[in-house]
Write a protein that binds this ligand. Structure first.
Ligand SMILES: [Zn+2]
Length: 235
C-alpha cells in the first residue's frame, strides 16, 4: 500500500479533532455528505490518521533478544520514504472492522466535538450541551495508541483496539483544544458550501480557506472569471 492509496479523507486542518469533524462534508448544507457511513469507512479513517513513527534519526540496535525471529525492516529509515508530510497508512496496524455500533459512536463523537469547538471558537460564551460533553469525555477515557520500540529498532504506535484508540486521541485533542487560546483561531472555510473547520496558524490570523489547493484555488479562479466578465462588459 502506498501513502497515496491511504489518503482518502481530507486532512490538514491542523488538528486531528478538526480532521474528524470534516468527515461530514458540506456540514449544515443540503449537500452534506457522510464519509463515515460504513464500518470500512471508519477502518480506513483509522488507518489514514494513525500516528506516524518519527522519521528522523538512526534505528536503534535493540540486540539479539528483541531482534530474534524478525530481521531489520528494509524500509526503515529510508530517506526516500519521507519526501514530504505523511499521515498514516504505511505504519498503521491491522484494523479489525468495527461494528456498526462503534461507527454510530464515532459519528456521535464527531458531532459532539463539532458542538464543543463551535462554542469555544465563539469565545466560550455559548452554553454547551452536557450530553455532548459527556460523549467526548467518555471517548477520551479509552486507551490511546502507545509507542513501542520494535525489534527493527523503529518506534511504532500500537493499540489493542485501534479504532477506539484513535477516536480517544481525537477526543483528547478536542478537549485540549476547546480550553486553549487556540480555540479562537479555529476558522470555518470561506468556500461556499465547504463548512470545513481548520486551525489558523498564520501569523496575522487571516487564513480563509481550508486548503489553497481546493477552496482557495476555486475562489481565485472565480475572482479572475468575475474580472474577465466585468472587463468584457465594459468593452
Ligand atoms: Zn474549504
Amino acid at each position: 500500500m502506498t501513502p497515496a492509496d491511504t489518503v482518502r479523507f481530507r486532512q490538514g486542518s491542523g488538528r486531528l479533532c478538526l480532521d474528524l469533524v470534516r468527515t461530514l462534508r458540506h456540514r449544515d448544507t443540503a449537500e452534506a455528505v457522510e464519509e463515515l457511513a460504513e464500518p470500512s469507512d471508519l477502518a480506513d479513517w483509522t488507518r489514514q490518521f494513525w500516528p506516524e513513527s518519527p522519521d528522523a534519526g538512526p534505528s536503534l540496535d535493540t540486540g539479539p533478544a528483541l531482534a530474534s525471529g524478525s530481521g531489520p525492516d528494509p524500509e526503515a529509515g529510508s530517506a526516500a520514504d519521507f519526501a514530504g508530510p505523511r499521515v498514516g497508512g504505511t505504519d498503521a496496524p491491522a484494523v479489525p472492522s468495527p461494528d456498526r455500533a462503534l461507527v454510530a459512536s464515532a459519528r456521535e463523537l464527531r458531532e459532539a466535538i463539532a458542538h464543543l469547538v463551535d462554542a469555544a471558537r465563539q469565545g466560550g460564551g455559548t452554553a454547551v450541551d452536557p450530553d455532548r460533553v459527556r460523549s467526548v469525555n467518555l471517548a477520551a477515557a479509552f486507551a490511546t495508541p502507545v509507542p513501542r520500540l520494535e525489534a527493527s529498532g523503529r518506534l511504532r504506535w500500537h493499540a489493542d483496539d485501534p479504532v477506539r484508540a484513535l477516536l480517544s486521541l481525537a477526543a483528547q485533542d478536542a478537549l485540549e483544544l476547546v480550553v486553549s487560546p487556540a480555540a479562537t483561531r479555529v476558522r470555518m472555510c470561506a468556500g461556499p458550501h465547504c463548512g470545513a473547520l481548520f486551525l489558523d496558524n498564520s501569523r496575522p490570523g487571516t487564513r480563509r480557506w481550508c486548503s489553497m489547493g481546493t477552496c482557495g484555488n476555486r475562489a481565485k479562479k472565480n475572482t479572475f472569471r468575475g474580472r474577465a466578465v466585468t472587463a468584457a462588459a465594459q468593452d
